[in-house]
Design a protein around this ligand. Structure first.
Ligand code: ZN
Length: 353
């Protein structure tokens, strides 16, 4: 947690230096292509050129968070872009560079469209109906960052949405702004939760981990209502890859809810020794999308969607609304767990100012 905060502060300082105001877009793939073009011309990039990539705020964030290993990155770049090198059996990381090499002309032609005001307009159009009115403020919108992430991925860090350029291009041709809208939801509600709703100073370590975990589950649940109805259509360019992520979703979700219920029952009466990582590995699948999307869909089907959105930055409101919405067959928490969640909400969630 600490290292991520430090790295995101470095990112913020770097991007603030780029523009006095927070920029609308930031793109570091130009540095990547400079390295690739030099290698393809049969020359070794100078150390200054490598530094341009690695010392950029995004480069430091990518290596610091483990998205990219710097030694592997250099080796992969030589292997994929230097003429005459063997591209037979490739590691996963090298294979992703090869995707970039094969699609280079198309990515370069598509990329300028990603930095158009229309993308932010489309993002807002998809995002704002899923935020409470108090958070629908243009000043809260994150910078959209495009880069080579090492694999098909997107994430949000404070006021930045970081997207892999290839993935962003693929989705841009199908549904502009939609990937950014999902991540912007995390960015905005995450800042609101940490900044003004979660009274972390009085939380025990157990409560802190639980709240962070539940915040992730509830955020994924709501954010998936923004993009998944479109991006999981059969015509979507990510249909096959993303469909797998939700395989057997209802059964897996009910299982996560059962396990979480046992944990909450214990936590209600004892101090439990569990880390943030344990929670992610044992009580959710795919980073919280399971059971988040399943739970949110049940809240929505029960007619409580607008009620949920008013408290989109309160994970305990999400849990308690789910408890009211779900049938026993869909997977309900026990009375003890529900009472504990209520106590946590009363203790740790601050009212909207
Ligand atoms: Zn997400």
């Amino acid at each position: 947690m600490k290292i991520i905060l430090l790295l995101s502060t470095a990112l913020l300082l770097h991007l603030s230096a780029v523009s006095r105001q927070q920029p609308a877009f930031y793109n570091t793939t130009g540095h990547y292509w400079q390295l690739a073009d030099t290698l393809q011309a049969g020359r070794k990039p100078s150390s200054a050129l490598w530094h341009t990539w690695f010392d950029d705020g995004i480069g430091r964030w990518l290596t610091g968070t483990g998205h990219i290993d710097s030694v592997t990155f250099v080796q992969d770049m030589f292997r994929i872009y230097m003429p005459g090198s063997d591209t037979g059996t490739l590691s996963e990381s090298a294979a992703y560079h090869l995707e970039y090499r094969k699609k280079a002309a198309w990515i370069k032609a598509t990329a300028p469209g990603l930095e158009q005001p229309a993308v932010r307009t489309a993002m807002k159009k998809a995002l704002y109906p899923c935020l409470p009115p108090r958070l629908r403020q243009d000043t809260l919108l994150p910078t959209l960052v495009y880069t080579f992430m090492g694999f098909s991925d997107a994430t949000s860090v404070q006021q930045f949405v970081i997207m892999d350029m290839l993935l962003a291009c693929q989705l841009h041709t199908y549904a502009p702004g939609l990937l950014a809208a999902h991540e912007a939801f995390h960015s905005i509600t995450g800042r609101s939760f940490h900044g003004s709703r979660f009274n972390a100073t009085i939380a025990t370590p157990q409560e802190q981990y639980l709240l962070l975990f539940l915040s992730n589950v509830s955020q994924e649940g709501i954010a998936d209502q923004i993009d998944k109805p479109v991006l999981l259509q059969r015509s979507s360019p990510v249909y096959d890859a993303w469909q797998d992520l939700y395989h057997d979703e209802a059964r897996q979700s009910r299982q996560c809810i059962r396990q979480l219920d046992s944990l909450l029952q214990q936590a209600a009466t004892h101090t439990i020794d569990i880390s943030y990582q344990d929670l992610f590995n044992g009580y959710a699948v795919n980073g919280g999308h399971i059971p988040g999307r399943y739970m949110c869909s049940i809240i929505r089907q029960s007619g409580r969607w607008q009620e949920l959105l008013q408290q989109a930055d309160d994970p305990l409101a999400f849990m308690l609304l789910y408890q009211r919405a779900a049938s026993r067959e869909q997977g309900k928490f026990s009375k003890e767990s529900a009472a504990y969640l209520q106590r946590l909400q009363q203790k740790l969630i601050l009212p909207v100012k």
